[in-house]
Design a protein around this ligand. Structure first.
Ligand code: AMP
Length: 544
């Protein structure tokens, strides 16, 4: 027997309606590519998204069509985010940091015919235009800033002109696709994850439920995490749901620019990857003060080193260490502490925050060994993390081969992450499966070594990679980008690590780099490092 409640599809368009009606004081503040600071409320955002939706229909965009974006975080990008799915089309965000080759692959694979671009990327698109013969372009600016371009491009503000600012949004099933995002794909071709209205809405509700209490009423949030990387961790949807103001940073993500924006705009909560927080913390130390209202950080994408967590916590900034993937919408776990955990001494709290927190509602987790056997949640046993839930992908867009491998026999998604889970339900990521170092039949977690080594004052960034070894199978090599001019020695790093690690877990050698290679999503590219140091000879093999 069915329940006797109405069935209204969970559609994303309801979010703009709700925020426009309920939160008149909240605003979208955008540091635009044109150089100015723009402000508008959720009602104006809705009105402009409505105009855009009419314009899209006038351009012939149909339900199911893919509409691409190549843009920073700003109000126009947010309007596209809402307008495209509202008419049943698919918002496909492209990461501008990908190589030209990957970008073209993705645009072709997705079947994009229309792309909304920031001014920044017009020259790049001009270079690619021959490879994208089907593409039409909209430059997200006004007439005054429209560039001379070889592209057959429309001007965003002109496009909106003359269209009605109100409409009743169309109804369709909640399982309809709303968004498309390709994984950065360190190996093989990028793979597309298709989000549905339902999955994004459930993700927004789950995120609001776990983070809402820490964020407080109508928080002012800075999404540093880009709209082109897993929906800016869902903020375009969670934001209107909780009446947040979104402070959009545009292209300038260095410590000084973020400090200024946070301070002048009263940012309370800022979301981004660890490398961003490293830049901001350096700026805070240089200026001797944190941005006045900042009290909360959400971090994920790669492991946040304990020294960085402590740096912020000592300033009174609550660090929420979360875990997720493109394939999990992305939030899978988050680290808001329970009242009992908050009452723990500083050291114990920091140890908890180094892990990736508790699963969010709707995402089930299991860890399994190589044979597929479930491992206990005792905080010690490690295994590959598998997840299942309404916000977890069931396969990849137009990719039957990858889809067939994505789920195990029980229908769970294999994350490729190695993790342990404590009896209290706290997840700790130990490594990417491919980054673990196998030495003499034992595993060394590169994350553990990196977290400790990066705390050395002479280390700005570091990464540990495996090098083949005839006796031990693999041994760890520490790659360091030194802080300032003084480089650490291997002995100095060993002194720091020795109290925490077994002797055989210490890196065999240390090499210095001027810059760490980063992936398109701002993570250290171990793939590049592995190639670069493939011929490095470890000390104990040099005379052999
Ligand atoms: P992406 O799909 O680009 O967001 O990458 C997802 C991957 O990032 C995960 O599978 C993890 O390997 C890694 N990741 C995300 N969050 C964390 C975290 N808090 N700590 C360690 N690794 C993380």
């Amino acid at each position: 027997m069915n329940g006797l409640m109405m069935h209204r599809p969970l559609l994303q368009s309801g979010l703009l309606d709700y925020a426009a009606e309920s939160f008149p004081a909240a605003e979208i503040v955008s540091r635009r590519v044109e150089g100015d600071l723009h402000r508008q409320g959720w009602a104006a955002t809705r009105a402009r998204a409505v105009q855009l939706s009419h314009a899209l229909e006038a351009l012939g965009v149909q339900p199911g069509d893919r509409v691409a974006t190549l843009a920073w975080n700003g109000h126009r990008h947010l309007e596209v985010y809402h307008a495209v799915p509202a008419i049943g089309a698919i918002c496909h965000t492209i990461n501008p940091r990908l190589s030209a080759e990957q970008m073209c692959f993705i645009a072709h694979h997705a079947g994009d015919r229309l792309i909304f671009t920031d001014l920044t990327f017009v020259p790049m698109l001009e270079r690619l235009q021959d490879q994208l013969p089907q593409m039409r372009y909209v430059v997200m600016t006004d007439r005054a800033h429209m560039p001379e371009t070889a592209l057959d491009a429309l001007c965003y503000e002109d496009l909106l002109q003359g269209h009605p600012t109100d409409r009743v949004w169309p109804d369709f099933p909640e399982t309809t696709v709303s968004g498309l995002c390709y994984t950065s794909g360190t190996t093989g071709d990028p793979k597309g994850t298709l989000y549905s209205h339902r999955s994004n809405m459930l993700h927004a509700l789950a995120t609001a439920a776990v983070l809402g209490p820490d964020l407080g009423p109508q928080p002012r949030i800075l999404p540093v995490v880009p709209l082109f990387h897993v929906n800016a961790w869902g903020l375009p949807f969670t934001g209107p749901l909780i009446g947040a103001s979104l402070i959009m940073p545009g292209p300038h993500l260095d410590g000084a620019s973020l400090w200024d924006l946070c301070d002048t705009e009263g940012v309370e909560s800022a979301w981004g990857v660890p490398t961003i927080w490293q830049g901001l913390l350096a700026e805070i130390r240089a200026r001797g003060a944190k941005p006045a209202a900042l009290r909360h950080i959400v971090v994920g994408g790669s492991a946040m080193p304990r020294s960085l967590i402590e740096g912020f916590e000592k300033l009174g900034v609550d660090v929420n260490h979360a875990w997720g993937m493109t394939e999990t919408s992305p939030l899978g776990s988050q680290g808001s502490l329970t009242p009992e955990q908050r009452a723990l001494p500083f050291d114990q709290r920091m140890a908890l925050k180094q892990g990736q927190g508790r699963r969010v509602f709707g995402v089930e987790m299991k860890i399994v060994d190589d044979a597929g056997l479930r491992q206990p949640h005792d905080g010690r046993a490690m295994g590959e993390l598998f997840v299942r839930g309404n916000t977890v992908t069931a396969g990849y867009f137009k990719n039957p081969e990858a889809s067939a491998k994505a789920l195990d026999a029980e229908g769970w998604f294999g994350t490729g992450d190695i993790a342990s889970i404590s009896p209290e339900g706290m997840l700790t990521l130990r490594d990417r499966a491919k980054d673990l170092i196998k030495s003499g039949g034992e595993w060394i977690s590169s994350i553990d070594v990196e977290n400790l080594a990066v705390a050395h004052p002479k280390v700005a960034q570091c990464a540990v990679i495996a090098l083949p070894h005839p006796k031990w199978d693999e041994r760890p090599l520490l790659v360091v980008k030194p802080a300032a001019n003084e480089a650490p020695t291997l002995a100095e790093i060993h002194d720091l690590l020795r109290p925490h690690l077994a002797g055989w877990q210490l890196p065999d050698d240390l090499v210095l780099v001027d810059e760490m290679p980063l992936t398109a999503t701002g993570k250290i590219s171990k793939l590049t490092l592995r190639h670069r140091f493939a011929d490095h000879v470890l000390p104990d093999l040099r005379d052999a």
